[in-house]
Ligand binder design. Structure first.
Ligand code: ZN
Length: 402
């Protein structure tokens, strides 16, 4: 078994498209991604499973459903990535740089990005709205299954339909995830982290999530053997009944040269009390400054985040922020000195840092903004709500009944 001649054959056989379903009747366009990280094949396997079952049972669909393979060379080697992280490259600048390179000069992930980019463009230009994008991942630690979204109301409303916890705001800490790029165009985008890498449970959860997504988007024609209740129960049990919303409050950044390890046992969604020692970074022990909830601790070599900390968002805060966004409260803010809209892009507020210090970060979050410091004196706030294509989804059942 030392030399495996099959590997080369696999390279040519594995195609970008896991499956494509074109329904007889028109409907939305639903796009699933699996394996954007090569050591996270559960999503790919789940999609293969569902597409196979649809074919075998002759299940009918509406609209168009795609299953797309992410990082193919990394999937073959079961590595997160080979040269660069395919889920940290989707900035406009990064994409433009890759576009300007000849294919021969691109590294593995740059070639993957160029191909997926062309496919996305083709889908958005040639398929009808509304569009839904779902990206499957798994984590290196044990975890409850959970959803990550950029905090726009359309994403919240759609995410609420699944019986798993929802994490808001992780994109503020990450540069260039695929879903942030698509989300900035205003479409519904959902990240689903189904469990721990390579586990059966992660695959089963992704299968359940795929069926439920098809039901929620209306791309599945009801079939007696495909029962919604069973899939909901699978996710509900796996998530231990947790359907809370959380926000990310801290990211512990590491570099590839750093020595980082979790002190064994701490898993995603574990509560850690103030003073608990839970990780080591370059020999130094990290202890909790306050009570918090641990999120996505790193138990593998590759990755730029040692761990995140999250906190539960109370229900009243969720409702209050929905109200503030509904009345577009941010219009009042621009009456204040030092807060201006960028004229050509109404979704961006430029805030003088002298003014910004009177407002807390959670305040801007309530209004649907995420922040990026641009220079010594100003901060740019991006409003996810103004970019969101609410009208595209207004007639859907999940939007109307929420
Ligand atoms: Zn991942």
């Amino acid at each position: 078994m030392s030399q495996s001649p099959t590997k080369q054959v696999e390279v040519v056989n594995i195609s970008r498209i896991i499956g494509k379903l074109q329904g007889k009747e028109p409907g939305p366009t639903l796009i699933f991604f699996g394996g954007i990280h090569g050591n996270e094949p559960s999503g790919v396997k789940a999609l293969e499973h569902v597409f196979r079952e649809i074919k075998e049972k002759g299940i009918e669909t509406k609209g168009t459903v795609y299953g797309i393979r992410g990082n193919i060379p990394a999937l073959l080697q079961e590595k997160r990535f080979l040269r660069s992280d395919l889920n940290r490259m989707w900035t406009q600048k990064g994409i433009d740089q890759i576009k300007n390179k000849h294919n021969g000069d691109r590294n593995d992930e740059e070639r993957e990005l160029a191909e997926i980019y062309r496919l996305l463009k083709d889908i958005l230009e040639n398929q009808p709205p509304p569009f839904y994008f779902i990206d499957y991942h798994t984590t290196s630690s044990e975890t409850l299954p959970f959803i990550t979204i950029n905090d726009a109301m359309i994403n919240r409303k759609f995410a609420k339909r699944f019986p798993v916890p929802v994490i808001l705001g992780i994109e503020e800490y990450l540069e260039g995830p695929l879903l942030s790029y698509i989300n900035e165009k205003g479409y519904v985008t959902i990240g689903f982290e189904s469990g721990q890498h390579f586990t059966e449970e992660a695959e089963i959860n992704s299968i359940a999530f795929t069926w439920l997504s098809m039901m929620q988007t209306g791309t599945l024609v009801p079939h007696p053997e495909i029962e919604k209740a069973a899939f909901c129960e699978q996710l509900r049990l796996s998530a231990q009944g947790n359907r809370n919303f959380y926000e990310v409050i801290h990211r512990h950044k590491i570099t590839s040269e750093d020595n980082f390890e979790m002190i064994v046992g701490a898993q995603s969604f574990d509560s850690i009390t103030k003073g608990t020692q839970f990780a080591r970074h370059n020999g130094e022990v990290i202890e909790a400054e306050n009570d918090a909830i641990l999120f996505m601790p790193l138990y593998q070599d590759q990755g730029e985040e040692g761990f995140f900390l999250i906190r539960k968002i109370p229900r009243w805060a969720l409702r209050f922020s929905a109200f503030l966004r509904h009345i577009q409260f941010d219009n009042f803010l621009t009456m204040l000195p030092g807060i201006n809209r960028v004229s050509e892009r109404s979704e961006i507020l430029m805030v003088d840092l002298k003014i910004a210090r009177f407002f807390s970060k959670p305040f801007f979050h309530l209004l649907g903004y995420r922040e990026r410091v641009v220079d010594k004196t100003h901060m740019a706030l991006y409003n996810r709500e103004r970019a969101a294509k609410n009208n595209m989804y207004r007639e859907t059942s999940w939007y109307r009944n929420s």
